[in-house]
Ligand binder design. Structure first.
Ligand code: DAH
Length: 331
């Protein structure tokens, strides 16, 4: 074998390889197991020939590596200059959800009261007769105490029927002034229909300070209704009864669909019922050890589903609980 001639031929094949594939071909041909060089190396008898052939192999291997590096650099150079990447193209759209209408409404309610300096509370859903009824001055005969109306675990423990127990917690935790709103789930043994569901959400407000009057309650609710429903809304009170307020009122907000003129949504009255409210009953103050002569306050409570239904104008409360995305994605 003519080592010199082989080297010349191999070096020019390596240097002339125009792609990684061609280079690999040349490497196999001149350095592979079946190459002339490999066979010659296997047949070597004397030291000098061995040294010559090993030096030739090392030289060719070095040349292959050098050429490989060159080709890679050239390829990188090419993609950097030739390939055009438009970084402004929109990416693949990921399916992205959004907040449930109840959560959206809940957050708006929280924001409205945070803006008034109220503390937001989130109290327990498993309640005792003491906090759900007794301390709130429910009379022994009140129908909500019945096992037919309320989910009881035993004679003492139940699923809270309202967020009103938060009034007691807030007043027991620290001395007034107290300005708080409590938001969360409540439970009642109601049959399911378009406006009733055994689980729903309420928000409960309480303001206790010195010299609080009914005018403060009405002004606060007016501000709230306008924040949630728009600046043209009006508020009116109808007298009512609740165990823990005296006097008690049901607030109405003027209908946003007809502007108060009367339409189907407001059953032609011009007004929409928005829960309950009133001045904190002296018995509640006594139950938490506060002097009703020193402190006064107001409270109000309302269903979040009710607010959401009016805000988003959908007719059936069940849609809020069934999780049907064809419905929910519209809000
Ligand atoms: N807890 C009452 C209910 O669930 C609503 C309510 C009425 C809350 C009057 C109040 C209030 O804070 O003052 O029907």
């Amino acid at each position: 074998m003519d080592a010199k001639a082989l080297e010349t031929e191999a070096q020019s094949a390596i240097a002339g390889a125009a792609s990684p594939d061609e280079l690999e071909e040349a490497r196999v041909r001149y350095l592979g197991r079946k190459s002339e060089l490999a066979q010659a190396l296997r047949g070597v008898r004397d030291r000098e020939a061995g040294m010559t052939l090993n030096a030739l192999r090392a030289a060719l291997e070095g040349a292959v590596e050098a050429r490989r590096a060159e080709l890679e650099r050239a390829e990188l150079e090419r993609t950097l200059t030739e390939d055009v990447v438009d970084v402004t193209l929109p990416g693949d759209a990921l399916p992205l959800g959004h907040l449930h209408p109840i959560t959206q409404t809940r957050r708006e309610i929280e924001d409205a009261f945070l803006g008034l300096g109220y503390e937001v509370r989130d109290d327990r859903e498993v309640e005792t007769v003491e906090f759900n009824f007794d301390k709130l001055a429910f009379d022994p005969w009140h129908p909500a105490r019945s096992h037919r109306a309320t989910f009881f675990f035993d004679d003492n423990r139940l699923l809270r029927t309202e967020t009103s127990p938060s009034q007691i917690f807030a007043l027991q935790e620290h001395e007034p002034p107290v300005y708080m709103v409590s938001i969360g789930r409540v439970y009642r043994r109601d049959d399911i229909d378009a406006t009733h569901y055994p689980i729903f959400h309420q928000f409960e407000g309480l303001a206790v300070d010195r010299n609080i009057t009914l005018a403060d309650l009405k002004g606060t609710l007016l501000h709230f209704m306008r924040t949630i429903f728009g600046p043209d809304r009006r508020v009116r009170f109808r007298t009512h009864y609740f165990p823990f307020t005296e006097p008690s009122m049901e607030p109405d907000v003027s209908c946003g669909i007809c502007g108060g003129a009367g339409c189907r949504t407001c059953r032609h009255s011009g007004w929409l019922e928005m829960g309950g409210s009133g001045m904190v009953d002296p018995r509640v103050f006594e139950n938490v050890g506060l002097d009703p002569e020193e402190w006064s306050g107001f409270a109000f409570g309302c269903g979040i589903e009710r607010v959401a239904q009016l805000k988003f104008d959908f007719p059936d409360i069940r849609a809020l609980w069934e999780g049907d995305l064809r419905v929910l994605t519209q809000f």
